[in-house]
Design a binder for this molecule. Structure first.
Ligand code: EPS
Length: 398
């Protein structure tokens, strides 16, 4: 791996930490660039009260100096404002009252669909809070922070990453025609990050109904990456194929259950002639090797490598597993039947998931980019990138 990252932090702990390693030196970077992405992740109709408490912003602890990356690991701190209300419950030190009563707000009525029960058994804990605090999608804040740096790196080479919501709780959004040149400018104006205002109105009614019913809703977002050069990823080994790397990254987002690339599952139902994209010369398209596909059903990937056509990935999220009208479960303290724990929850977080999926795409693509072009510094990366593009521009000539 050329670029790697890790995160730490519990949902109601003191802070989240994000560490990104492998970013070349000399990339202009401000905390404000990252905060801009963190704010986008906090939006979306259907979120609960927690998002009114948090105002996520990042503090660099290392790896950045005078507005530029140093090539060293970039460590970022994102405080949890809600920590003020949870200090006694999340205190890392033992408290005298623990011995007598145990920690307050223990979770033993484990939620179906959540990590609660399996994590409690696997890690041999009595309180599912020891599991759910880390399983919480709060962690995705730290991913978006790391992804924001990768987004900036890719933007240096004209790569743009956008997303929009295409389905929510049984309602499909139509793809607009023409499709906006900058998806996020339009999507970020919508409370659901969808490009279809008619569908948006219906989705909002459905969210309100689910909320009154104590229920939750899932949905699908589409990520579109434009401006990639031909040849990121590789066909030569299973773990270098970009499709697999992207799908793995997307499926690691909490509550994500499915990923489609390009035409996706529909390709399995169609004839070959309806699936593959015909090729023709296009002398104005340097970054695709002076060729283009007449269609983009493959979603920008062939043989585990970018074709230079837009990368299109759809990501499906199940409904959140904390239901205010709880499902049946057991109490792990007594093994008796019980109603699952229902703490504060979101009705849906699908709009936020689109922003998280953009970040995961940025992380995977920046990794593939640095792997292809090498470079300890941004100028070196640029020289290698430009030399490759100049070379492939000469490869196919009529
Ligand atoms: C989450 C539960 C809610 C969400 C949280 C994810 O938090 P709380 O338990 O504090 O009400 O708001 O999402 C975030 C905090 C976030 O930043 O996205 C869960 O259980 O996954």
């Amino acid at each position: 791996m050329s670029i790697r990252f890790t995160t730490a932090g519990e949902s109601h702990g003191k802070a989240l930490i994000s560490i990104l390693e492998g970013c070349p030196a000399g990339l202009p970077l401000l905390a404000a660039d990252i905060d801009e992405q963190l704010v986008r992740r906090q939006q979306g109709y259907g979120r609960g009260r927690r998002m009114q408490i948090e105002q996520d912003h990042v503090e660099f602890l290392s790896g950045v100096r005078a507005g530029e990356t140093l090539g060293s690991p970039i460590a970022m701190l994102i405080p949890n404002r809600d920590w003020n209300n949870w200090q006694d419950i999340m205190d890392p030190a033992p408290r005298p009252e623990d011995a007598a009563e145990g920690r307050q707000r223990q979770v033993t009525r484990v939620r179906p669909g959540h990590a609660d029960l399996t994590g409690l058994l696997k890690y041999d804990r009595d309180d599912a809070r020891d599991i759910l605090e880390r399983a919480s999608a709060r962690e995705t804040t730290a991913r978006v922070a790391a992804g924001a740096i990768c987004r900036n790196l890719l933007a240096q080479f004209g790569v743009t990453i956008g997303s929009h919501l295409v389905h929510l709780g049984g309602i499909d959004a139509e793809r607009p025609d023409p499709f906006p040149a900058d998806i996020n400018i339009v999507a970020d104006r919508s409370p659901l990050r969808t490009l279809d205002t008619d569908a948006e109105a219906k989705m909002i009614v459905r969210i309100d109904a689910a909320k009154s019913d104590g229920n939750t809703l899932g949905g699908i977002c589409e990520v579109v990456v434009d401006g990639l050069p031909v040849g990121l990823g590789s066909h030569v080994s299973w773990d270098r194929k970009l499709d697999g790397r992207l799908a793995g990254a997307m499926l690691s987002i909490p509550a994500v259950k499915g990923v489609e690339i390009g035409m996706g599952f529909e390709a399995a139902r169609r004839m070959g002639s309806e699936v593959h994209d015909e090729i023709e010369m296009a002398h104005d398209r340097v970054r695709t090797g002076n060729v283009r596909r007449r269609t983009n059903r493959a979603g920008g990937l062939e043989g585990g490598m970018t074709t230079g056509e837009p990368l299109v990935v759809r990501v499906a999220m199940k409904p959140i597993s904390t239901l205010m009208k709880p499902l049946g479960t057991i109490d792990t303290k007594t093994a008796a039947p019980a109603a699952a724990t229902a703490e504060r929850s979101d009705v849906t977080a699908v709009p936020a998931m689109g922003v998280i999926a953009e970040a995961m795409a940025a992380l995977v693509l920046a990794d593939a980019f640095v792997e292809k072009f090498g470079g300890d510094s941004l100028p070196e990366l640029r020289r290698n990138h430009d030399a490759y593009l100049s070379h492939i521009a000469t490869r196919l000539q009529g």
